[in-house]
Design a protein around this ligand. Structure first.
Ligand code: F0G
Length: 357
């Protein structure tokens, strides 16, 4: 039989904190495409730019890599329920993996601030969903308190099993390129993923597989940029709801990853995010959710500041699928709704409308 990708725990068994007694709860996550994006390379003036397309994971975001680990370990410890705070993707993933494991999931989300596609996933996978009158940071405080005092297992990225699973994306990049990129770019909310990639690259470096680690470049939205301001943001605000986080859970880990990698944090406006969201769809052919365009938008800003060396090989992680939050594609740059033209069932008229006649 042809080999099928077996999910990150089986593919990287020896490099994760698991053993033969760990039950493996998998939906076949990981093994996502690393695609070359010449249009983006040209735009930013780099030798090569690749996108690591994490929207191709089973629930449509990178969260599945960490969730297979977190839920497997939770089940191994006898958990009957998992809990998380989420801006949407973590809850979709937790709900799906809990369903696969046959255990319950509870998700706390900021009221009115998660994209419809993500909410529908949590509902579909039968999570108990509570909309909290507060932001993500409040939801995380609540989840931690509940997990400390009640029989529910926390699967946010403050749980180290999540970071362990997510580091596998860096392994895949190295396997595909046979080297480390010069720069690795990604959007940052809690900075769990930023920290996880760096951990993955560092492990590859320590094994002697790569000779350098990439500079880690992380980008936030201007209205929600605690790493740039150096202090938590009380009322974070951005259209990129996935990264609307004012008090990042992995703050210290990420600061050390930035330092060790000679990396940086920056921020971009919502308009810059939406411009790049459109560019990736229209010029590269990859449809991502707006938050996922934040990394590439930051890369462009760095390029305009003269900070992108012309000979560099760059990987940009695009974290979530465009169908999660599709409404942004249905608006023009100035915010008007796009409604496809209606035509009669008549070839001559259709040809005329298409400008073919
Ligand atoms: N991109 C997307 C699409 C996300 O959903 C998130 C985080 C990030 C980037 C940032 O990753 O937090 O590791 O720095 N989403 C979390 C959630 C917070 O609840 O789904 P990070």
């Amino acid at each position: 039989m042809a080999h099928q990708w077996r999910g990150v725990i089986r593919e990287y068994f020896d490099r994760l904190d698991v053993d033969a007694s760990t039950p493996i709860i998998t939906l076949g996550e990981g093994g996502t495409p690393l695609i070359e994006a010449p249009a983006l390379a040209k735009l930013v003036g780099a030798a090569q730019v690749y996108l690591k397309v994490e929207g191709m994971n089973p629930t449509g975001s990178f969260k599945d890599r960490g969730m297979t680990m977190a839920v497997s370990k939770a089940v191994g410890h006898g958990a009957k329920a998992v809990i998380c705070a989420s801006t949407g993707n973590t809850s979709a993933s937790a709900a799906a993996y809990a369903a696969a494991a046959g255990i319950a999931s509870v998700v706390l989300v900021p009221e009115g601030k998660i994209a419809l596609g993500k909410l529908s996933q949590a509902v579909a996978h039968k999570a108990q969903i509570l909309q909290v009158q507060g932001n993500f940071d409040d939801c995380l405080d609540l989840s931690r308190g509940l997990a400390d005092n009640y029989p529910v297992h926390l699967v946010n990225s403050v749980n180290p099993d999540r970071i362990e699973g997510q580091k596998t994306a860096a392994f895949e990049v190295v396997e595909r390129l046979d080297r480390a990129p010069d720069i690795h770019v990604l959007p940052v909310g809690n900075a769990g993923n930023y920290s996880a990639y760096f951990k993955g690259y560092l492990e590859e470096f320590n094994r002697g597989i790569i000779k350098t680690v990439p500079k880690m470049w992380g980008f936030q939205a201007d209205g929600s940029a605690p790493f740039v301001y150096g202090t938590p943001v009380k009322n974070p605000d951005t259209i990129a709801t996935a990264i609307r986080i004012g008090n990042p859970a992995s703050y210290e880990l990420a600061l050390s990853a930035r330092e060790c990698s000679l990396g940086m944090f920056g921020s971009v406006t919502d308009a810059e995010i939406l411009w790049m969201h459109r560019f990736l769809s229209q010029e590269v052919g990859v449809f991502v959710e707006p938050s996922s365009a934040t990394g590439a938008a930051g890369l462009l800003k760095q390029s305009r500041a003269g900070e992108v060396p012309a000979d560099s090989v760059i990987v940009v992680t695009v974290t979530g699928h465009g169908l999660k939050d599709p409404m942004w594609a249905l608006k023009t740059e100035s915010g008007e709704e796009i409604v496809p033209t209606i035509v009669p069932n008549n070839a001559a008229e259709v040809a005329e409308r298409l400008g073919l006649a």
